[in-house]
Design a protein around this ligand. Sequence first.
Ligand code: ZN
Length: 148
Amino acid sequence: MSELSDLYQEVVIDHCRRPRNFRALEGANRQAQGYNPLCGDKVTLYVKLEDDRVVDISFQGSGCAISTASASILTETLKGKTRAEAQLLFDRFHDLVTGKPVPPAPDLGKLAVFSGVSEYPARVKCATLVWHTLRSALDRREEVVSTE
Ligand code: ZN
């Protein structure tokens, strides 16, 4: 168990220090903002969607280590995925961080490091903020997403 949490820490810290795809995205045709007032996390997500597939994705924002790492790993994971695949991963990820049993497929890959979040209910919103923001971007809703 302690090895798992070490891995979790290591991946989260790495993505927090060097967030991947941390930039505005030129040519993005979807964009949404998310805000988690409980922690102060803010994220802007940029998506370039072509034929229902995420061809490019990036983010900007500021927040705690978990929200930043979650956004960073989300952008890495979703590049090249279809909208349906993204929705499925959102459902699985939500189950994972809220401590529900998660089926073996689809493979969560690096997203699995957030399993430890289920032990810290206050952190669940930090981890899921960017996912709610993604859904808003894909649904083309314009308002700022709040986890409250
Ligand atoms: Zn947070």
